[in-house]
Design a protein around this ligand. Structure first.
Ligand code: PLP
Length: 436
């Protein structure tokens, strides 16, 4: 459908079949079709109005580069349908629009010039206050640097370390970890060393003695969903102080903790040894490409310099808009609403899996937008992942170097009322194709 819109075969305004009809024609569950439509709406190719059905969006269609640039799934294999994506349809468009309108109405012309490559002061102030309040971080605005996301923040910190050491650096990473990050860390100059993760999080005793830094996801480990235990937090901070290594804290999924109070970040325990990296990729949408790091002074300075040399900084209007969203309380309100909604979706998925696939053990559900499923036979989960995707779930197989394989299943984009249908379909697929 995306190809058809892009190539002009489906023209703007063209009405698409009802999801129920198309699902029947294609022999798919309706959930798959609904999700595809939602994805294309989020991409701006389709428009959906209650009572008016779904149509090709005005302005979508043939453009000059359509012939030369292959579809994203081919050239960017990591794009789309990721189990860890937030609900793109829940982006607070009105609040963002109001924030941008406010910024454009009030910002003096001078503010539209190249900004500080470390970010506009208004956003850094808001974030420093927000991170202190919500994440118990300990970073003044001067040590908060705006980046395009955790990915860029980590790259720049690794580059700064490489420059400081005058050689490639040894970076310990969790095993399993986010496979998407490994290429960018290597490109930045890190040789990665996998360190096992157990039920308490990264095994601090297994960290290599020669590590320059360690990258961790303490709030909700990706992919296992473990929250780093208090004892391991203390041990990690002690290890960093003893060895002089830097801890890179990817504050992954920290906004969405469901069952108990938020756990503060590591950075607040050791601001001179820990770099905190976060972004709006889960709290709002990844496409904004807005994130931050809070770092010790030397690292923060190096990152700002590197950013100035790389691309002169992030778009200022978006930075001011996010600052306004936070200051006006709209960011907190959105997060409160999404926390309730995601919790409902998580509960529905956990309940349906327990009922229909009782041989799956579900882990890592106290926070985040995905759960980690382990099967009772510990076998290769790729068949199960495929069956889950065929049933309309977002799923990815994980095979760690240490420990049993598992399956990441996302629930952020699956409304609670569609969960049972999808899990029943998965149970049906598995009964036929995988088990036995
Ligand atoms: C564990 C983890 N952290 C961070 C990121 C990147 O986040 P951002 O959008 O903030 O660059 C990813 C993206 O794949 C990820 O898997």
């Amino acid at each position: 459908m995306r190809n058809a819109v892009r190539s002009g075969r489906l023209v703007p305004g063209a009405r698409l079949p009802a999801t129920r009809d198309l699902a029947r024609d294609l022999g798919l569950s309706r959930g798959v079709v609904v999700e595809a439509y939602e994805q294309l709406v989020a991409e701006g190719l389709l428009e959906s109005r209650t009572g008016a059905g779904t149509r090709v969006a005005a302005g979508a269609g043939r453009h000059a580069s359509a012939e030369q640039i292959p579809d994203e799934p081919h050239c960017w294999p990591h794009y789309g349908h990721r189990p860890t994506s937030p609900d793109l349809g829940a982006f607070p468009r009105q609040a963002w629009l109001a924030a941008v309108r406010h910024v454009l109405a009030t910002l003096p012309n001078d503010a539209l010039d190249y900004g500080d490559p470390g970010g506009v002061p208004a956003l850094r102030r808001e974030l420093a206050a927000y991170l202190g309040r919500v994440r118990a971080a300990d970073a003044p605005a001067e040590l908060v640097m705006i980046v395009t996301g955790v990915a860029q923040g980590l790259s720049l910190v690794v580059q700064a370390l490489v420059r400081d050491r005058g050689r490639r650096v040894v970076l310990a990473v969790e095993d399993p970890t986010s496979a998407r990050q490994i290429p960018l860390l290597r490109r930045a100059g890190a040789d990665t060393v996998p360190v096992p993760v157990d039920r308490e999080g990264i095994v601090v005793g297994a960290l290599p003695g020669d590590a320059d830094a360690v990258l961790v996801t303490p709030a909700h480990q990706y992919p296992t969903g473990v929250v780093l235990s208090p004892a391991r937090r203390a041990a990690l901070v002690e290890w960093a102080a003893r060895t002089g290594a830097l801890v890179l804290e990817d504050d992954y999924d920290a906004e969405f903790r469901f069952d108990c109070d938020p756990v503060g970040c590591l950075q607040g325990l050791a601001p001179d040894r820990v770099v905190l990296a976060g972004s709006v990729s889960k709290s709002l949408v990844p496409g904004l490409r807005l994130g931050w790091i809070a770092a010790p002074p030397r690292v923060a300075r190096a990152v700002r310099t590197a950013r100035g040399e790389l691309d002169l900084g992030s778009p200022v209007i978006d930075q001011y808009a996010l600052a306004h969203l936070i200051a006006a309380g709209a960011y907190d309100r959105h997060l409160r609403r999404m926390r309730r909604e995601y919790r409902r979706r998580r509960d529905a998925l956990v309940g349906a899996l327990a009922e229909h696939l009782p041989w799956i053990t579900v882990r890592g559900i106290s926070a985040g937008l995905h759960l980690y499923a382990e099967t009772d036979d510990g076998g290769d989960p790729s068949g199960l992942a495929e069956a889950a995707r065929a049933a309309g779930l977002s799923a990815e197989a994980v095979t760690p170097a240490h420990g049993p394989p598992g399956l990441v299943i996302g629930f952020a984009r699956l409304p609670a009322h569609r969960v049972t249908e999808a899990v029943r379909a998965l149970a049906g697929n598995v009964g036929r194709d995988v088990r036995g």
